[in-house]
Design a protein around this ligand. Structure first.
Ligand code: NAD
Ligand code: DAU
Length: 353
C-alpha cells in the first residue's frame, strides 16, 4: 500500500511526509515539479522502501495516470500549488496554470483512474485537497472568524486560484461522486519554510543584519498554526473525515504582523545577540504595502474539534522559539535555498541589489 503526495518537496508537504512516515504510515510516492519552492534534499535521507520522488507536473495526465496505475495508492494528498501571494501579484499566470489548469488535470486523471476500480476500492479511496483560509477574503476587526459556511471572497490572484480549485473539488464530488475532502487552513510556520514567507524571511534577514520589511502599517492579522499541528490535522482528516466535507484548520493564535516581527526580534536578541548589543528591533522597516492586502484572517476550528477531536498542541510562543532555533541550527539548509532564483526574487520584491 502507498499514498500519493503531490507537492511533497515544499514546506508543508515535507513536514507531512516526515510526520506520516514517523507515525508508521504507508510508503509515500511524492510527485513534485521541483519549482523554486521545493527542496528535494529535505527528504533524501528516506529509503526507497518508504519513499519515492517523481519529478513531474500534476497537470501531466499521462504521467499521473501512469503513477496511479502502477503504484495503486489508496489516497492522494494534494499540496502542489504556487503558494506565495506576492508572487501571484507579479505573475498571476503561473498560479492559474498550476492551481487551476494543472489541478483540473489532476482531478481528470483521478476520475479516469477511479472509473477502472471496483466499487469497494473506489469507496475506500481518498483525495484530500489542501487549501487555504484566504479563499474567504478579509475580516474586519470585530467580525467572527471564518467557518466552513463563510462565503468565498478571494482577493488576490493566489487566493482566487485556490478558490477555483476548491470549487472544482466540490463540483467533482457533486457531479461525479469523487471521494474528496477539502481542508482550509490558516498561516503555517515551522521548519523547512521557504524564506520568501514572513517568518523565515525575518529570521534570515535579521541574522544577516538586513532590514526587516513590514508591509504598510504592520497591523494586518494572521492566525498562526505550527506546521506539525496542520500535518496532524491532515492525517486525521484523511482517516476519519467525512467524504464531501470541508474542514477549517487554525491555531486560534491571531497576531499582527508587527507583533510577530517584534517577537522574533526579542527571541533572536536572546538566542543570537547582535554584535553591537542592540536589539534586532532597530532593523524593522515599514515598506510599501502589498496591493489588495487582506487585513485579517481568523479560523473558527470548532467543526474539526467537535467532529474529529482535533486540538493544536503548540502554542505560538514556544512554537516560534523552536522555529527560530531550527533556522539557527540549520544554516546549511538556509544557505542552500538562497540560490540565484531567491536573490532575483528579493530584487523584484524589495529592490535589493
Ligand atoms: P510551497 O510553495 O512551499 O510548496 C509547493 C510545492 O508544490 C513545491 O514543492 C513545488 O515544487 C510543488 N509544485 C508547484 N507546482 C507544481 C506542479 N504543477 N506539479 C507538481 N508540483 C508542483 O507551499 P506550502 O506552503 O507547502 O503549501 C502547500 C499547500 O498548502 C498549497 O496548496 C497551499 O495553498 C496550501 N496552504 C499553505 C499554507 C501556508 O501557510 N503555507 C496555509 C494553508 C494552505
Ligand atoms: O493564510 C494562509 C496563507 O498563508 C497560505 O495560503 C499561503 O500559501 C501562505 O503564503 C500564507 O499567505 P500570507 O500572505 O498570509 O503569508 P506571508 O508569509 O507572505 O505574509 C504574512 C503576512 O506578513 C502578510 O500580511 C504579509 C506580511 N508580510 C509578508 C512579507 C513576505 C510583510 O509584512 N513583509 C514581508 O516581507
Amino acid at each position: 500500500m502507498s499514498i500519493l503526495v503531490t507537492g511533497g518537496a515544499g514546506f508543508i508537504g515535507t513536514n507531512f511526509i516526515l510526520h506520516w512516515l514517523a507515525g508508521g504510515g504507508e510508503r509515500v510516492i511524492n510527485l513534485d515539479k521541483l519549482t523554486y519552492a521545493a527542496n528535494a534534499s529535505n527528504l533524501s535521507g528516506l529509503g526507497p522502501d518508504k519513499y519515492r520522488l517523481i519529478r513531474g507536473d500534476i497537470g501531466d495526465r499521462a504521467l499521473v495516470s501512469e503513477i496511479l496505475n502502477k503504484e495503486k495508492p489508496r489516497a492522494i494528498i494534494n499540496f502542489a500549488a504556487e503558494s506565495h501571494v506576492d508572487r501571484s501579484i507579479h505573475n498571476p499566470g503561473e498560479f492559474i496554470q498550476t492551481n487551476v489548469v494543472g489541478f483540473f488535470n489532476l482531478l481528470e486523471s483521478l476520475r479516469a483512474y477511479l472509473a477502472l476500480l471496483n466499487e469497494e476500492s473506489k469507496l475506500a479511496f481518498r483525495f484530500l485537497h489542501v487549501s487555504t483560509d484566504e479563499v474567504y477574503g478579509s475580516l474586519s476587526p470585530e467580525a467572527p472568524p471564518f467557518t466552513e459556511l463563510s462565503p468565498y471572497a478571494p482577493n488576490s490572484p493566489y487566493s482566487a486560484s485556490k478558490a477555483a480549485s476548491d470549487h472544482l473539488v466540490r463540483a467533482y464530488r457533486h457531479t461525479y461522486g469523487l471521494p474528496v475532502i477539502t481542508t482550509n487552513c490558516s498561516n503555517n510556520y515551522g521548519p523547512y519554510q521557504f524564506p520568501e514567507k514572513l517568518i523565515p524571511l525575518i529570521i534570515i534577514n535579521a541574522l544577516k543584519g538586513k532590514l526587516l520589511p513590514v508591509y504598510g502599517d504592520g497591523r494586518q492579522i494572521r492566525d498562526w498554526l505550527h506546521v506539525n499541528d496542520h500535518c496532524r490535522a491532515l492525517a486525521l482528516v484523511l482517516e476519519q473525515g467525512t467524504l464531501g466535507e470541508t474542514y477549517n484548520i487554525g491555531g486560534q493564535a491571531e497576531k499582527s504582523n508587527l507583533e510577530v516581527v517584534e517577537t522574533l526580534c526579542d527571541l533572536l536578541d536572546v538566542l543570537k545577540p547582535m554584535n553591537d548589543g542592540k536589539s534586532y528591533r532597530k532593523l524593522v522597516a515599514f515598506v510599501k504595502d502589498r496591493p489588495g492586502h487582506d487585513r485579517r484572517y481568523a479560523i473558527n476550528p470548532e467543526k474539526i474539534r467537535r467532529e474529529l477531536g482535533f486540538q493544536p498542541r503548540y502554542n505560538f510562543a514556544t512554537g516560534l522559539k523552536e522555529t527560530a532555533r531550527w533556522y539557527l541550527n540549520n544554516s546549511i539548509w538556509v544557505q542552500q535555498v538562497q540560490s540565484g532564483d531567491y536573490l532575483k526574487w528579493l530584487e523584484t520584491q524589495y529592490g535589493e541589489h
